[in-house]
Design a protein around this ligand. Structure first.
Ligand code: FAD
Length: 411
């Protein structure tokens, strides 16, 4: 049994970032990964889907996806070849609270990610039914695609396949798509995509797959933490009702048997914020806890984007939530159609809503429109720095750029 400083289970964005950072701090690290390095994000998530978004045809998307994924995977292999890191190419299983495989450590990070949540709908074993990974593996473009679920994954694929010329129908149980997005913005985006040819069946529950008239059916009804086979029961970890590993604000597991050491669960497996950049920042924070270093990461400011065309993005609460909580706020709006760069780009569809407190602080911002993720990123930085409206009004923005859409909301 070899003793090391840190054992990490999983080499997705959470796991490989934790390994890279810990190794640079001088810790001896062992990473277990039973599949390709890079995790869901690199192999079957963020990166392949975004190569689809930026390809003109299905055939081009498939070709580019393979090249881009292979290149980035090589980059992660490079990161994990650091002399302080040992990569064990198998799944890790706890044999006791400090031991995984042939290694033992006081500190352990579980970063095993998530997997598709299959709804128990009648006919779900129909060969036409695929999850996001199955859809990315299709070799021929479907003529008709039905998508169950209008969340982020469903909406991104709907937008992409509609652009490729596939007939797309989205079926959603709720009244609006993208529940984490401001409902006004979500509705406008859905209406715009409807005009582009996507059919939406809202407030509709799928009861039997056999009733769906399509060549391929994408199950996009969410993801669940991946914990099976880790041996957590044996070391006293009780999962939350949603299957996540329960953690505190420092991502340390709140139950289990770690009298002399620490065990963390970061990324999708803790079910908190299922985003690649959240996993990476949680990784840094967990390692900082291990080495006793203070950091100023504010996990309450977590920007997110939806890569439809045009894209949508948000940071902070929706207007609906602000109303529900009875918080005082002002909503400042700005439109893509009034922006010179957007007009020049022929990308005039879009709206930004900025929510401001009575003392001028930014509470949140939700938007859809070309490159809205970049604009929301600026808002996130301003929120991290507690910038006021008056200070933002004094900041010069390049003309002509889409960033002036944010500036106009303030002016
Ligand atoms: P993962 O990336 O899932 O990595 C976990 C790793 O652990 C895997 O490699 C797995 O093989 C390994 N593993 C599992 N069990 C074990 C074990 N017992 N021992 C060792 N290793 C194990 N997020 C964004 O921020 N932006 C996007 O645009 C975006 N697009 C997405 C598109 C799709 C289609 C999907 C499915 C997801 C998307 N996501 C996106 C979400 C993003 O992929 C995840 O939030 C991110 O991958 C989580 O990282 P992670 O490290 O927690 O887990």
């Amino acid at each position: 049994m070899e003793k090391v400083d840190l054992i990490i289970l999983g080499a997705g964005p959470g796991g490989y970032r934790a390994a890279e950072y810990a190794a640079k701090q001088g810790l001896k690290v062992v990473v277990f990964e039973g599949s390709e390095v890079g995790g869901t994000c690199l192999n079957v998530g963020c990166i392949p889907t975004k190569t689809y978004v930026h390809s003109a045809t299905f055939a081009e998307a498939r070709e580019r996806m393979a090249t881009v994924v292979a290149q980035l995977r090589q980059g992660v292999e490079g990161i994990l070849s650091h002399p302080n890191i040992t990569l064990v190419r198998e799944n890790g299983v706890f044999t006791d609270a400090h031991t995984v495989g042939d290694y033992t450590a006081d500190n352990i990070i579980i970063a095993t990610g998530s997997e598709t949540k299959w709804l128990p709908i009648k006919g779900k074993d129909d060969p036409r039914v695929v999850d996001s990974t199955g859809l990315l593996n299709l070799e021929t473009q479907p003529k008709r695609l039905a998508i169950i679920g209008a969340g982020v994954i469903g909406m991104e694929f709907a937008s992409v396949f509609n652009r490729f010329g596939t007939e797309v129908t989205v079926i959603e149980y709720l009244k609006e798509c993208l529940p984490a997005l401001d409902s006004d913005i979500a509705k406008r985006l859905r209406k715009y995509l409807e005009k582009q040819g996507i059919t939406f069946k809202m407030k509709t529950a799928v009861e039997d797959i056999a009733a769906i008239d399509a060549d391929v059916v994408l199950m996009a009804t969410g993801r669940k933490p991946r914990t099976e086979g880790l041996g957590l029961e044996a070391i006293g970890v009780n999962l939350a009702p949603n299957g996540a590993i329960p953690v505190d604000d420092n991502y340390q597991i709140v139950n289990g048997q770690w009298p002399n050491g620490k065990c963390y669960a970061i990324g999708d497996v803790n079910g908190k914020q299922m985003l690649a950049h959240a996993a990476e920042m949680q990784a840094i924070h967990a390692v900082n806890q291990i080495i006793g270093k203070k950091d100023g990461i504010d996990f309450s400011i977590m920007p997110a984007a939806i890569f439809t065309q045009p894209e949508a993005a948000c940071v902070g609460p929706t207007e609906d939530l602000l109303k529900e909580q009875g918080l005082a706020y002002e909503c400042k709006k700005s439109f893509w159609r009034a922006n010179g760069k957007a007009m020049a780009m022929n990308e005039t569809e879009g709206l930004l809503k900025l929510f401001v407190s009575p003392d001028g602080l930014i509470l949140g911002c939700h938007a859809y429109g070309a490159h809205s993720a970049d604009i929301i990123q600026e808002v996130s930085v301003l929120m991290c720095k507690h910038t006021t409206m008056a200070e933002l009004a004094d900041m010069v923005h390049i003309h002509p750029t889409l960033s002036e859409i944010l500036k106009s909301a303030v002016d």
